[in-house]
Design a protein around this ligand. Structure first.
Ligand code: CMC
Length: 446
């Protein structure tokens, strides 16, 4: 077990044996306590029994940013950051990208198992036939300023969907939960594409039910006067793979936000709006944009060595390298890289100088002890920006592109949270560090 690994269930079914416990001595009182260790974890609430005196509240644990706190049990995504492993419901990401489709992976995440053919057909039919949004949603999006950030448009519109489907607040009703899941996965690309067209001042394009999930998205982005838009199969597949890669990544900031807000038993549209809001932040969804800016600044492959010297002298960061969890090649980066050439060829961007700089930079960094000693390898964002740029997707849309596939992960996590009997409203504790029992001073005397 390493720092970077998802905790897995213990072989003894969660019952502590003599060795699987923690003995703690409170040096304030000399009292000793024994706490079970299950699944490599001790329960924070077990510390509450440790009191310095009668009436004492009991010991708490302090963990800003939850860096060492498991806030749920989950069967959805397994990560081993040291070994560079990512699995959804036990299936390696490499196999899913090679053999599956985004909609099948969404089914897997949401339902917990791969579908049989008839189940997949029904799922695809259901998603395809819920892609339209109410005309008032369209009108409300039209009312944004011409330069509105597309992620701000998405964030507020996902929240607004709650008012169009008020029955979704019946989260105890399996049918309502299922309908919300289908609607959100179906409508997210529509909202994203409308936000894109809005920025360009172009009319919104309605969904085309004859196209695949990613093909329809490309149509809603790019269709102009042609009667039927025919997506390039290479772009359709590359986008689908990119979406498989981003479908879920266990308890990251936005997923934790969806679970925390959802734990109040609010409807899933509102809970997912919280996820979109979290993703909007530059520390979560924005690194691929920073990679493009960095490649722009480097300018030519000749400047790569000097740039790397600057990184080693801590003058700047090598964006798209390093990861909090992966201390090895991010498995998603390896897969994306394979599709970059294909997309650039399809879009006529094969001579994009940024690609040559990216390849040179990666190669030199991987050959350099500064980076390998620190276990700094390319992450998923190193190449995804180049794909988006080749697709002529403006940088402001990058996080929106991320929100489309992550919707499946958020929903799977939300469903798991709703069905977990251990779920309670999220309510962390604090260490109060402010003043106490001051006397109010009238305003004129301050
Ligand atoms: N360039 C240069 N040095 C780096 C980098 C980098 N990108 N990342 C980490 N380091 C160095 C860091 O200076 C430290 O060196 P030292 O031990 O000598 O002080 C060492 O590596 C360990 O770094 P850390 O800060 O402890 O690592 P972390 O786990 O806290 O940071 C990170 C992870 C992703 C924030 C960081 O690697 C980073 O800022 N990378 C660039 C931004 C980026 O690409 N972010 C996208 C992440 S993937 C998004 C996703 O999964 O959704």
């Amino acid at each position: 077990m390493t720092d970077d690994q998802t905790r897995t269930g213990s072989s003894n079914g969660g019952v502590a044996t003599a060795q699987e416990s923690l003995t703690v001595t409170d040096n304030r009182t000399g009292e000793t306590y024994e706490m079970p260790i299950t699944e490599g974890t001790v329960k924070a609430m077990d510390f509450r029994q440790i009191k310095a005196a009668e009436g004492d509240f009991g010991l708490m644990t302090y963990d800003p940013a939850f860096t060492n706190t498991a806030h749920c049990r989950s069967d959805i995504t397994y990560i081993d950051g040291s070994a560079g492993i990512l699995e959804h419901r036990g299936y390696p990401i490499e196999q899913l990208c090679e053999q599956s489709t985004f909609l099948e992976v969404a089914y897997l995440l949401v339902h917990g198992a791969l579908p049989k053919q008839n189940e997949l057909d029904y799922w695809q039919y259901a998603i395809t036939h819920h892609t339209y949004v109410h005309e008032n949603i369209k009108k409300s999006m039209e009312s944004f300023r011409y330069d509105a950030h597309p992620m701000a448009m998405l964030l507020s519109t996902v929240g607004a969907l709650s008012s169009f489907y008020p029955q979704a607040k019946e989260i105890g009703d399996a049918t309502e939960r299922y309908m919300a899941v289908v609607r959100l996965i179906a409508k997210m690309p529509t909202l994203a594409a409308f936000a894109y067209r809005h920025q360009l001042g172009l009319p919104y394009v309605y969904p085309d039910n004859d196209l695949s999930y990613s093909g329809n998205f490309l149509s809603m982005l790019y269709k102009m006067t042609e009667v039927t838009y025919e997506p390039d199969p290479r772009l359709e597949r590359a986008l689908d793979v990119l979406w498989i890669l981003h479908a879920d990544h266990e308890q990251n900031c936005s997923t934790a936000a969806v679970r925390a807000v959802g734990s109040s038993q609010v409807d899933p549209y509102s809970a997912l709006a919280a996820g979109v809001a979290a993703l909007y932040g530059p520390l979560h969804g924005g690194a691929n944009e920073a990679v493009l800016r960095m490649l722009d600044r480097i300018g030519t492959t000749d400047n790569v060595p000097a740039f790397l010297e600057g990184v080693k002298n801590r003058e700047e960061k090598l964006m798209g390298f390093g990861h909090r969890v992966y201390k090895n090649y991010d498995p998603r980066a390896r897969i994306i890289k394979k599709h970059v050439d294909e997309v650039l060829e399809a879009t006529g961007g094969a001579d994009n100088p940024k690609l040559a700089i990216a390849v040179e930079l990666e190669q030199r960094a991987l050959d350099d002890e500064y980076f390998t000693d620190r276990k700094l390898y390319p992450n998923v964002d190193y190449y995804s920006g180049l794909i988006y740029e080749a697709l002529k997707i403006p940088t402001g849309m990058f996080t929106v592109m991320f929100a489309i596939p992550r919707t499946a992960g958020w929903l799977a996590q939300w469903l798991e949270m709703v069905g977990d009997e251990e779920t309670k409203i999220a309510r962390p504790r604090q260490i109060y560090s402010g003043e106490r029992e001051l006397d109010y001073t009238p305003i004129g005397d301050r």
